[in-house]
Structures are given as C-alpha cells and as structure tokens.
Write a protein that binds this ligand. Structure first.
Ligand code: GSH
Length: 261
C-alpha cells in the first residue's frame, strides 16, 4: 500500500500518513519539462493525469509523501502545500481545476477540454464549482458522520447531489456519452475523478449511491468514463482505494479513542 491524502478527515487522514510506506518520492528528481507532483489516491491529482492524457503530453509523475512533503512541493505550492502541482518549464501551477484549464490553453490543439462556446464554458465552470464546493464536501462528510442517523443523512445528501448532477448530465450531454458530448471534457474530469471514492463510500456503508434507476444517465456515464483510454490506466484500483480508506479510518478511530482516554 502506498501513499495518501488528507481527504476525508481533517485530523486523521493527515495524521495517518506515517502508517503508509512510501515507495517513490519527489526526491527522485525528474528531467522532463512537464512534471506532476501527485499522490496516487488523490482525486485532484487524477484530474491532471487525465487532462495530460487527453492532450497526449509526456510527463513525469513525482509521488509525494504528504506526511513528509518534499521541498519541491512546499516551494511550488507555498499557499496550500497540497498536490497536485503541475510544473511546466520550471513554473508551478496549483489547484487541479486551474491546472486542467492551463493544460487546455497551453496545449491548445484538439481535443479541447473546455467548450469553445463562452456560454457552454460558463456552464461547465458552474458545474465544476458545484462539484467541488457543494457535492464533494458532502461525499467527504460521509466518512466524518458519527452515528447511524448522521451517516444516513450524509449519504442521502450525496445521493441528492447526484440527482442534481443527473439532470445536469441530461442537459449538457445532449444525448451523448459525456457531459462534454462525444469526448471526456472539463465536467467529466471534475466529477469522474471521484468515482473511486464513491465506490469506497458505497462499500464502507453497504449502500448504493449511484443508483441506476434514479440516475441512469450518470450510471452509464460512469462506466464509459472509467473505460475511456485517457482514464483507465491512471484511475486508481478501487479496491486498493477501499483498502487504503479502511486503513486510514481505522487509524483515525484508534487516535480518537486514545485521545479520549
Ligand atoms: N482544491 C485542491 C485540493 C487539493 C487537495 O486537497 N489535495 C490533497 C490530496 S487529495 C493534499 O495534498 N492534502 C495534503 C494536505 O492537506 O496537507 C485542488 O483542487 O487541487
């Protein structure tokens, strides 16, 4: 089991890093013009992998240990100190959605990631912001919810958010496979990066979140997204993610229990 993220819990996931064996570090410095500072379970880093694949860009991925962040990461993202960071010609770009937009503009030849029409671009940005500002915190909230009632409420909220996204999918995709039409684009990347973590929440809570009869469009979209050539080789194995999440949440439970004693 390799690294990971401060994803679900403020304290515990961060503090569980010491448990995790680091197999490759950012210290293994790269020579490529395009470097990605990432961490394998990070959905935000996954966005950047997919965007680079869409543009067929060669790049070097430097795996960060988020419990012992490299100097390169600290210098490159001094404000947030988080992955992902893209380093292009020695210049860092931070924040996954800003990076995806940068990739689209810096390598402007097709395929495009954002729509060319200004209205469609604004709509795509709106949905990406909804995903990051509203829906993802709800998904994150599932792991933090204490007790059966709170857990159920958190899971219901995630499902309600997915119903909203099902409607958005219907409007944006216009009957095609992806939010962006025939190919994966901005909103596909913004949401698709979390599919592995949706699976983790489903398995850990023995529920279905992406319910096929309520969200037929999204359910079919999720399969197509995971099978796409730009995604399948960079998407973390979902059972490895599950194992990772179980380990981190157990570590949190132990920490909480010992701090309450
Ligand atoms: N809004 C950021 C979120 C990035 C993020 O939360 N990264 C996590 C890994 S998934 C991280 O680096 N956590 C380390 C920390 O918080 O110290 C983005 O979109 O890039």
């Amino acid at each position: 089991m390799r690294l990971f993220l401060n994803y679900a819990l403020t304290l515990s996931i961060d503090s569980a890093w010491w448990l995790v064996d680091q197999t490759q570090t950012a210290a293994a410095m790269a020579t490529s013009d395009v470097k990605l500072l990432g961490a394998w379970p990070s959905p935000f880093a996954l966005r950047v992998h997919i965007a680079l694949n869409i543009k067929s860009i060669d790049y070097e991925c430097l795996e960060e240990n988020l419990l012992a962040k490299s100097q390169l990461l600290l210098q490159s993202n001094p404000v947030h100190k988080k992955v992902p960071v893209l380093i292009h010609h020695d210049k860092p770009i931070c924040e996954s959605l800003a990076i995806v937009q940068y990739i689209d503009e810096a390598w402007s030849s097709a395929p495009s990631i954002l729509p060319s029409d200004p209205y469609d671009r604004a709509v795509a940005r709106f949905w990406a912001a909804y995903i990051d500002d509203k829906w993802f915190p709800w998904l994150n909230g599932v792991a933090n919810a204490q007790g059966a009632e709170a857990k159920k409420a958190a899971l219901d909220q995630v499902r309600e958010g997915l119903v909203v996204l099902e409607e958005a999918f219907g409007k944006c995709s216009k009957g095609k496979d992806f939010f962006s039409g025939d190919r994966i684009g901005y909103v596909d990347i913004a949401l698709g990066c979390f599919l592995g973590w949706v699976y983790v929440a489903e398995k850990r809570n023995d529920v279905k979140l992406l319910v096929e009869d309520k969200m037929p469009g999204l359910a079919a979209w999720a399969n197509k997204f995971c099978e796409d050539g730009t995604v399948k080789d960079v998407m973390p194995d979902k059972d490895e993610l599950l194992e990772f999440a179980n380990m981190i949440l157990e570590a949190r439970a132990k920490l909480n229990a010992s701090s309450n004693n």
